[in-house]
Design a binder for this molecule. Structure first.
Ligand code: NAP
Length: 280
């Protein structure tokens, strides 16, 4: 055991970080029966959420597309419907920070589009934060959108899916959740909070046949990352394809693309006293 011997003690000093997380091991969740119901994509006006909405509609699912930018959202839903010559997508203007509105809007979507059996929570914000900046306004927004917003929408889905004993929740966190970094402390923390919350939700809901899949994307080309010149970033549509593959594979946690699993294994295991000196 880790307590005996000097070498093992060193390992235990770094806590549980040395454990390679079981992200690709045996399927933790049986692939629940094929879903045909309505999907909700929160954060569907651009980037990964838009690509997911497009792919879900292409698979003949009704999709409620949620975001704040009404013009963009309406235009994208119209483009999807036009390309499919059918009314699969519908735009719902919504600010995730208004957490009390989630329950009512969920009911409205079900009344208009039929029972929902799949929720994708993709909405997120990542404001620029200077190295010496501690701005509560920016921090509060990230907690409200990235964390509380996710809790509000996933709770609303969980309650319904639990009662119906079916459904699937896909939550998009980030590789940024794996460690606290100097660049964006509250982005890291809000995504870590969401990630842990999703794990708890999964542990509750698998008993009743509801799937909860956590997606940790690496670099993806989207408006959020447009100015960052991220090396090796994948297109948003590729990310959506991989996310839906993880959903179909009944994955508990998926790094997207998969190479990030190894990268983050290494990063998670850099000791704190070294990590604090790095600029990553
Ligand atoms: N791109 C990457 O490299 C990367 C890496 C890891 C994780 N992620 C995560 O992936 C998710 C999608 O990001 P993206 O890269 O696709 O960026 P994006 O194009 O900026 O998409 C963000 C989406 O979230 C929505 N959103 C933001 N604030 C909202 C609010 N208050 N209420 C409702 N919707 C809101 C935006 O819509 P409106 O502005 O119209 O409201 C937009 O649809 C985010 O959670 C992000 O943290 C991205």
């Amino acid at each position: 055991m880790m307590r005996h011997g000097g070498r093992s003690d060193k390992r235990s000093d770094r806590g549980t970080r040395l454990e390679l997380q079981s992200v690709a091991g045996p399927r933790l969740l049986a692939n629940m029966s094929p879903r045909k119901g309505t999907c909700i994509v929160v954060g569907a006006s651009s980037g990964i959420g838009l690509a997911l909405a497009r792919r879900l509609a292409q698979s003949q699912r009704k999709v409620a597309m949620l975001a704040r930018r009404e013009g963009e959202l309406e235009a994208q839903a119209a483009l999807i419907n036009e390309s499919l010559a059918n009314e699969f997508a519908k735009a719902y203007v919504h600010d995730v920070a208004d957490v009390d509105a989630a329950e009512g809007l969920f009911d409205r979507i079900e009344a208009e589009l039929g029972d929902v059996d799949e929720l994708h929570f993709v909405a997120g914000v990542m404001p620029e934060v200077g190295p010496d900046e501690f701005d509560l306004g920016k921090d509060r927004l990230q907690v409200q959108v990235n964390f509380l917003g996710a809790v509000a929408w996933c709770n609303a889905a969980a309650r319904r899916f639990q009662a119906r004993k079916r459904g699937c929740i896909v939550g998009v966190t980030s590789v940024a959740q794996d460690r606290g970094r100097i660049g964006r402390p509250v982005y890291n923390a809000s995504k870590a909070g969401m990630d842990t919350y999703l794990e708890a939700l999964r542990n509750r809901l698998w008993r009743v046949g509801v799937q909860v899949t956590t997606i940790r994307p690496g670099f993806v080309e989207t408006p959020m990352t447009a100015g960052l010149r991220l090396k090796g970033a994948i297109p948003a549509d590729k990310a959506a394809e991989l996310i839906l593959g993880a959903r179909d594979g009944g994955k508990a946690i998926a790094y997207v693309p998969r190479k990030w699993r190894l990268i983050m294994f290494v990063i998670r295991n850099i000791p704190s006293f070294v990590f604090r000196k790095l600029s990553i």
